[in-house]
Design a protein around this ligand. Sequence first.
Ligand SMILES: *Cc1c(COP(=O)(O)O)cnc(C)c1O
Length: 405
Amino acid sequence: MNFNGTEFDTYFKNYPDSNGYFGKYGGAYIPDELKKAMDEITEAYFTICKSSKFIGELRRIRKEFQGRPTPVSYLERLSNSLGNVQLYVKREDLNHTGAHKLNHCMGEALLAKYMGKKKVIAETGAGQHGVALATAAAYFGLECDIYMGAVDIKKQAPNVARMKILGANVVEVTDGLATLKEAVDAAFAAYMKEYKDCIYCIGSVVGPHPFPMMVRDFQSVVGIEAREQFIEMTGELPDAVVACVGGGSNAMGMFSGFLNDPVDIYGVEPLGRGTALGDHAASLTYGEEGVMHGFNSIMLKDENGEPAPVYSVASGLDYPSSGPEHAFLHDLGRVKYDVVNDEETIDAFFTLSRMEGIIPAIESSHAVAYAMKLAKKMEKGSILINLSGRGDKDMDYIIEKYGIR
Ligand SMILES: *Cc1c(COP(=O)(O)O)cnc(C)c1O
């Protein structure tokens, strides 16, 4: 399929290019010392991860440990309540640890093992990436250092406990505002010192090359499974595919299965409290080109050109940029990026719980909310939603802030 001059038959061969670019987005804007470490990972990725031994082992782990393939479920009651459009969800909430993040963490940690590394390092904000990586490290017997701001450590006590139970070393970062940004800086500084013995595991399709490519490839299992399952269930392709976009890993995993198909693809960003800077985290919708955290993409900037403060009711979506491949697909027009606000999201959270017996993560509820709006507009056809995770982690917050509706 050709879309605005871009061939999607050969897309994965051509994007990213050998320097990690998707068009003008991507790359590796990092100090030389770190560049060496990234080049080592890139080379290992192309030799090790393409070997039949690695692929075979990852396939076995996905089946026996993660519980893959995760099913696709038809949402009969919700579909009927909205009209004539049929809604389906890809159940990443049923992946071990309750979200899609383990898909790339198991891949990254297996690569670390094959490279002979003893340790994995990462930062975490809300703690979801930290828990997924700590799980992978425990499985492979790797040491695991998770850098986390002191403020976040206080806020996210259950995830901190999970990481510690799994044997990870949670490193408290007290610099500056002591949140995610400082944790990223501290983790990269530690990695520069220790890179011979460890690898840095990025938590989404962001950061310097090769991570946007590698994380996409590990997540592509979601789209490959979902496409096959959907065709088996219905005999055809969905008319539309929908996923929420923070850094963009669950969305890239799902979208990669459908880029070469005549399917409308929608990435849903968090509009939060509204359109004012600081009230949302809809970087692709409202942002502009810029470099942060080692890659060129579309980002939300403050008046000094620095990453702007962002807000979302879903802590997994409050990032001031998105992966470079999303910026590329945005400019091409192959994926349409749009927003839903907090209110619509919470409404979808309760609706899916009540009508289908599935409690979604607040992040995933953004995709559900958008699909519900789209279903009313489409009149007929089908929509496949990526349900990136389950809502157990959000219970206390929802009850405290919104009560039972
Ligand atoms: C972390 C997280 C997200 C956001 O991350 P992406 O890289 O944008 O996929 C979405 N949903 C859930 C359940 C998460 O835990």
